[in-house]
Write a protein that binds this ligand. Structure first.
Ligand SMILES: *[C@@H]1O[C@H](CO)[C@@H](O)[C@H](O)[C@H]1NC(C)=O
Ligand SMILES: *[C@@H]1O[C@H](CO)[C@@H](O)[C@H](O)[C@H]1NC(C)=O
Ligand SMILES: *[C@@H]1O[C@H](CO)[C@@H](O)[C@H](O)[C@H]1NC(C)=O
Ligand SMILES: *[C@@H]1O[C@H](CO)[C@@H](O)[C@H](O)[C@H]1NC(C)=O
Ligand SMILES: *[C@@H]1O[C@H](CO)[C@@H](O)[C@H](O)[C@H]1NC(C)=O
Length: 660
């Protein structure tokens, strides 16, 4: 929970620094405004000096000299440019099926996403359909597009690989290519610089885009560049990828082939895949697949979402091309899905984006599953919002964006009609900046299931510990239904607080109905009717795989308005503590001390009430210890006969180390 406190502090620092940077340019008079002769000339905008402290940003490398000199490692910003989330182990190997690559090219890149510590645009672009994506490429028209770390953090959280782009194009590209390919040694040097960059900044490889015409005698050196980059990437970053963009041919001509064939295969053979240009025809995927043989999933057929020359026309018809690729069993490369945002598709970005990716899902299905490992936590934060909440209380009320703070995104079904399920980042939340809101109407006694996560979490001996927080309005009720499988056998469990409210007929649809324990009801300043309830339970399903987490809605007749705020799954050896505490009063007995309240927790603010002692001793019996907790702090609050009690903050404490 401390993370969010840090988050806020950083946000405020950021805004202050931004302001001080903006002042010089705001002071510039407009050209057509009459200038008083006494006005000093406007100060020139300060040159950006990467060695000086300023708001940390991520930006591309624009020339070979900067790449060669390794100057970014000395810059003030370098430590901030690193991603902090590693790719999860189960996602390191490339899946043996058609893969979905997404190439992000939007408004020149480095927009709201360049603010390494987050920006102030609540409506910033983001991606949250990671369950439909395998590889994310950060692309801009610069020599070296280094992915801003927020993208790597969000993608890696969901098991998606992230590549930067090395791009040589236009007239200046010819000069760059001359230097890059002047000798074999030079090609090797730049390949190593790129590998070092990916390794140091924590992303997974490169898209190589050589969009220039070359002399044919440079081709062997270019091949060495591709080969060396691939080899060194593989040696330094496990599961890394180097993908060749279909541009210059084996003869040095700049001729897009729009498929894999003998003209671009020499490069494909040296790296992990080909990104074929968009102008392909109906038969191209099939031809490419047979040309690739055993490596057909390494052929990524380009689809321009803007529709320029693209099969099916892109835009809202992108699935037409996807259907062909799916049928022909090759991979896809979606170029610029930020089209939805840039072209302002209605009614609003959130809805349009969900609808657009909903069509991608309809064509290709869900590609990635989570949870696959525990602990698994989501507060449904999408990486932008208008407020920040910490355990139910509002901690900040300013617009913000920070893809780094995205937690696991729910796999909502946008084709669901009866109930509208959406991430609500405009209103209140429990922790972070968003919640999921379900809205709709249910018939009397009817129930409805909506999809929340699609996992592949294998359970062994240890029990699974589940915590979730929820708010329910009016008569609506919400339960979590979990689907398990073991070979061909399936089991379903319903978690709900009011099992008695559920019709027997519904109960029989589940193998087990569990009433989770109520852990906490959060205070809420603004409302008397709604409150956040934190619930938890532990289940043991040895040998089973958890595949589905759904939300079950059931209700009387009123409008349904349910919210889930957080889910948290952990596997644990349930640890319990029993302990006897006894205490003495300094200066002897005081008859006005009538009782002692006992609490346990990390701090006075978080302490949970355990019970009351009328004597100077208390026995804690079978207290469940949350995994990861190594110390328990007990608070002993003295209560006086006049009804007052000591502040918990200044109450005596007793610390107990818990052994693993
Ligand atoms: C953005 O998220 C990162 C990683 O969680 C964090 O370090 C940073 O403080 C956040 N910034 C803001 C402004 O929330
Ligand atoms: C990180 O930021 C610094 C300073 O802005 C810049 O020089 C450097 O190139 C950046 N590094 C990357 C890899 O983006
Ligand atoms: C796709 O290719 C794989 C591997 O060659 C094969 O096992 C699978 O059956 C193919 N699927 C389709 C739909 O053709
Ligand atoms: C979640 O968002 C809805 C949006 O309408 C808001 O009314 C509700 O208060 C939020 N839920 C919680 C528990 O904060
Ligand atoms: C709903 O269930 C209750 C209790 O079983 C029953 O009395 C009532 O008639 C049902 N309503 C409808 C519309 O089926």
């Amino acid at each position: 929970m401390n993370t969010f406190f840090t988050t806020l502090k950083n946000l405020f620092n950021l805004l202050l620094s931004l302001l001080s940077r903006l002042i010089p340019s705001m002071a510039n008079p407009k050209p057509d405004e009459p200038q008083s002769p006494t006005d000093p000339p406007p100060p020139p905008p300060p040159a950006f000096d990467p060695s000086k402290p300023s708001v940390p940003i991520s930006y591309p490398i624009k020339d070979l000299k900067s790449l060669e000199s390794r100057s970014y490692f000395e810059s003030f910003h370098y430590p901030f440019n690193k991603s902090s989330v590693p790719l999860p182990a189960p996602d390191v190997a490339a899946p043996d099926r058609p893969r979905m690559l997404v190439c992000h090219d939007m408004m020149g890149g480095y927009a709201d996403d360049k603010w390494v510590q987050g920006g102030s645009n609540a409506e910033a672009y983001g991606i949250w359909h990671w369950h439909l994506i395998d590889v994310f490429v950060y692309f801009s028209h610069n020599l070296v597009s280094v992915p801003p770390p927020c993208w790597t953090n969000a993608a890696h959280t969901h098991g998606v690989k992230v590549l930067g782009t090395f791009l040589v194009e236009w007239d200046e590209g010819i000069v760059i290519a001359d230097k890059l390919l002047s000798t074999k040694e030079s090609a090797i040097l730049y390949a190593e610089r790129l590998t070092e960059l990916a390794d140091a900044l924590g992303f997974d490889g490169w898209l190589i885009n050589m969009e220039v015409k070359l002399k044919v005698d440079k081709i062997p050196i270019l091949k060495e560049f591709v080969n060396h980059l691939t080899q060194t990437m593989h040696a330094s970053v496990e599961g890394s990828l180097v993908i060749w963009y279909d541009s210059v041919t084996k003869d040095g001509l700049l001729r897009y082939q729009n498929e894999l064939n003998e003209n671009n295969k020499p490069f494909f053979d040296l790296c992990d895949g080909l990104f074929a240009n968009y102008f392909w025809q109906k038969d191209s995927p099939k031809r490419s697949a047979s040309f690739a043989g055993a490596r057909k999933f390494d052929v990524y057929m380009g689809i321009d979402v803007f529709g320029r020359g693209t099969y099916g026309g892109g835009e809202w018809n992108t699935h037409v091309a996807l259907d062909v690729l799916k049928k022909d069993n090759v991979s896809a490369a979606l170029f610029a899905p930020g089209w939805v945002y840039e072209s302002k598709q209605g009614p609003d970005f959130e809805t349009a984006q969900n609808r657009w990716w909903g069509l991608v899902e309809k064509s290709w299905g869900i590609l990635r599953n989570y949870p696959k490992v525990v602990p698994f936590y989501s507060n449904f934060d999408q990486g932008h919002g208008y407020h920040v909440y910490i355990e139910g209380s509002q901690a900040a009320d300013v617009p913000w964006n920070n893809l780094s703070s995205q937690t696991f995104q729910p796999v909502l079904d946008n084709n669901q009609r009866t109930i509208k399920a959406f991430i609500n980042f405009k209103d209140a939340a429990y922790t972070g900046g968003a919640n999921i809101t379900f809205e709709g109407n249910l018939e009397d006694n009817a129930t409805l299931t909506t999809r929340l996560f699609r996992g592949k979490l294998h359970l062994e001996d240890l029990p699974l510990h589940i915590t979730y927080s929820v708010m329910q309005d009016g008569k609506s009720r919400l339960g979590l239904s979990l689907g398990f499988s073991k070979n061909s056998e399936t089991k379903s469990i319903l978690l709900t607080t009011d099992a008695e409210f559920i019709a027997d007929q519904l109960k029989t649809q589940f193998d087990m109905v569990i009433n989770p324990v109520l852990v906490k009801i959060s205070r809420r300043e603004s409302s008397s009717t709604s409150r956040w309830i934190l619930k938890e339970t532990t289940i043991k399903m040895r040998g089973y795989t958890l595949n589905e987490i759904n939300v079950l809605h059931y209700s009387g007749k009123d409008e349904l308005h349910d919210t889930i705020l957080e889910t948290d799954l952990r596997q644990q050896g349930t640890k319990t503590v029993s302990v006897k505490m006894a205490w003495k009063l300094e200066g002897g007995d005081n008859p006005s001390f009538v009782k002692y309240n006992i609490y346990v927790g990390k701090s006075a603010q978080e302490a949970k009430y355990l019970g009351v002692a009328k004597v100077r001793a208390f026995y804690v019996s079978d207290l469940v210890v949350v995994p990861g907790v190594s110390n328990l702090i007990f608070f002993i609050q003295v209560c006086s006969s006049d009804g007052t009690s000591q502040e918990l903050d200044s109450s005596p404490t007793y610390k107990l180390a818990v052994k693993g």
